[in-house]
Design a protein around this ligand. Structure first.
Ligand code: KIV
Length: 283
């Protein structure tokens, strides 16, 4: 009918405009702003879709597909055996579960140390195939810093990782790093070099809190601590430790739940009901 107005469907108006909140996805620039504002950054690891979805809905800022997945999800003794293919497979699943958090994928052992072009190839696959927004690599020697510079030049954001670097377990063990003046100076240099190379953040793992505080005060980019004291710009935990799923966890980790017990009891209750013909209940 000429002149009649088309009615918009009611659902468009089901949420009053003033109540609609659009939460922006976390970016690397946002993390730098949070450092400047003194707002602590929350980082957790994930290795599958379901966990990633829950962490994202809980408001975690950064979800790291850490290569600790090799140990906590794949049952390896160290992080060394996990492959780039395995990391990409899990990173893609994590990415599908996340709307807000920044998703960072660890580059696994020997997928970036050979050359900068190997690093660009591996990191590029993480962005193109798994859809993550950034990669993390371990160490801060000149060769790694040069790869970080080249990655950032081609538009791939990089998170650094110094101190205890588990991919070097056969050199460092799992001991606290940076306990001597020389060792502390080396970690300090590495963190500064990574920042100058263009890293957007750096993980400080298992180093003295005073050293972590000094690095945090010096760097323009955020530091994310794990076993590095309270003065970092953010904190990260391996989610298996957070949930009490790990068989063994480092002394600096804290469990906020005991899912080993919850899962064991649920499986035992199910087994008992099946064996006693209590489940399923008859019609
Ligand atoms: O692989 C991992 O989970 C990590 C965190 C411990 C920072 O690198």
């Amino acid at each position: 009918m000429a002149g009649a107005r088309i009615q918009a469907p009611a659902f468009i108006f089901s949420v009053p405009p003033q109540k609609r909140t659009i939460k922006m996805a976390v970016t690397t620039q946002q993390l730098t702003k949070w450092k400047q504002q003194g707002r602590s950054i929350v980082v957790l690891t994930a290795w599958d879709y379901g966990i990633a979805q829950l962490l994202d809905e809980a408001g975690v800022d950064v979800i790291l597909v850490g290569d600790s997945m090799a140990m906590v999800a794949l049952g390896y003794q160290t992080t060394l055996p996990v492959t780039l293919e395995e990391m990409l497979h899990h990173a893609a699943a994590v990415r599908r579960g996340v709307n807000q958090a920044l998703v960072v994928c660890d580059l696994p052992f020997l997928s970036y140390q050979e050359s900068s072009s190997q690093a660009i190839h591996s990191a590029g696959r993480a962005l193109k195939e798994a859809g993550v927004q950034a990669v993390k690599l371990e160490g801060g020697n000149p060769a790694i810093a040069s790869s970080v510079a080249q990655l950032t030049q081609v538009g791939i954001p990089v998170m650094g990782h110094v101190g205890l670097t588990p991919q070097s377990v056969h050199q460092l063990g799992y001991r606290r790093q940076g306990k001597t003046t020389d060792a502390a100076e080396r970690i300090w240099e590495e963190a500064i070099t990574l920042s100058e190379a263009g890293a957007f953040a750096v993980i400080l793992e298992h180093i003295p809190p005073e050293l972590a505080a000094q690095i945090t005060a010096k760097l323009p980019i955020p530091t994310i601590g794990i076993g590095a004291g309270a003065d970092c710009d953010g904190q990260v935990l391996v989610t298996a430790d957070l949930l009490g799923l790990s068989q063994k966890q480092p002394p600096f980790a804290k469990s906020y739940a005991n899912l080993r017990q919850v899962i064991t009891e649920a499986a035992q209750d199910f087994a008992s009901e099946v064996r006693q013909h209590q489940f399923p209940e008859g019609d």
